[in-house]
Design a binder for this molecule. Structure first.
Ligand SMILES: Nc1ncnc2c1ncn2[C@@H]1O[C@H](COP(=O)(O)OP(=O)(O)OP(=O)(O)O)[C@@H](O)[C@H]1O
Length: 229
């Protein structure tokens, strides 16, 4: 599904060039659960911005399904993003003056779906993330873990091809992190591809594959062994 080949990324700062990613070769198949780990500044966000079609300015080749992403114009690139990726962030990024249902339904509203269809689909995904009956609640009245569930519901509402989650448990206590990771695992087991950036080894070890980044390079890429318990 995702195939990055010899990808390099350089930021221009004034007259200086500053290379952040070096020769990235990475294939991710549909259904995988991949954790991307590395120290601060190693290039994780830069990499997932490219993978998630947020950043098109890179060298090398990115093929998604059979589309050469690097050849798309800006509009086609944005269209591919809206159709294919769901994003989950550390700080949830909910709209505080809209209720839970409106937040979750927003991507469907943007894509022109009918109000009645939106409501039905929103209730379906709220059930899926364990927030049944929460349509009319306001985000500020929910716990951090519940707000992240709302954000996950919003990320999956359009049935994207894959989820990109940037430190999704970074703002949560350890018990709540566990619950959120359980939800990601369930989503993955029901077929959603998950690509997750994390600093936390415990979180990374829940994935099925661990890609370690150091100084803009892939340092290791291996399957995660899960102890039988
Ligand atoms: N827009 C930008 N312009 C210039 N340099 C940038 C820009 N964005 C990121 N960088 C630099 O690129 C490097 C990699 O940043 P990136 O955010 O990808 O790292 P990260 O591994 O995600 O870090 P963190 O874990 O702290 O989020 C850093 O040195 C950062 O300062």
């Amino acid at each position: 599904m995702i195939n990055l080949s010899s990808v390099n990324k350089t930021y221009k700062q004034g007259s200086e060039n500053y290379q952040v990613l070096f020769d990235i070769n990475l294939k991710i198949a549909q259904g995988e659960f991949v954790a991307i780990m590395g120290p601060s500044g190693s290039g994780k966000s830069t990499l997932i911005d490219i993978i998630g079609f947020l950043d098109q300015k890179f060298e090398g080749k990115y093929t998604f399904d059979n589309v050469v992403v690097s050849n798309l114009n800006r509009r086609e690139h944005a269209k591919l993003r809206n159709r294919s990726v769901g994003f989950v962030f550390q700080n949830f990024k909910l709209i505080n003056n809209q209720n839970v249902g409106e937040n979750v339904g927003l991507p469907l509203l943007y894509s022109g779906a009918k109000r009645r269809d939106i409501m039905a689909r929103v209730n379906e995904v709220l059930d899926q993330v364990g927030l049944e009956g929460s349509y009319r609640k306001m985000p500020k009245n929910l716990s951090g873990g519940q707000q992240q569930r709302v954000a996950i519901a919003r990320a999956i509402v359009s049935k994207p091809s894959f989820l990109v989650a940037d430190e999704p448990t970074g703002a949560l206590d350890s018990a709540t992190s566990k619950e959120i990771m359980k939800l990601f695992k369930e989503l993955n087991q029901s077929g959603t591809t998950v690509i997750m950036v994390t600093h936390d080894e415990k979180v990374a070890n829940q994935a099925n594959r661990l890609v370690k980044i150091l100084d803009g390079r892939i340092q290791s890429d291996s399957e995660v062994e899960h102890a039988n318990s």
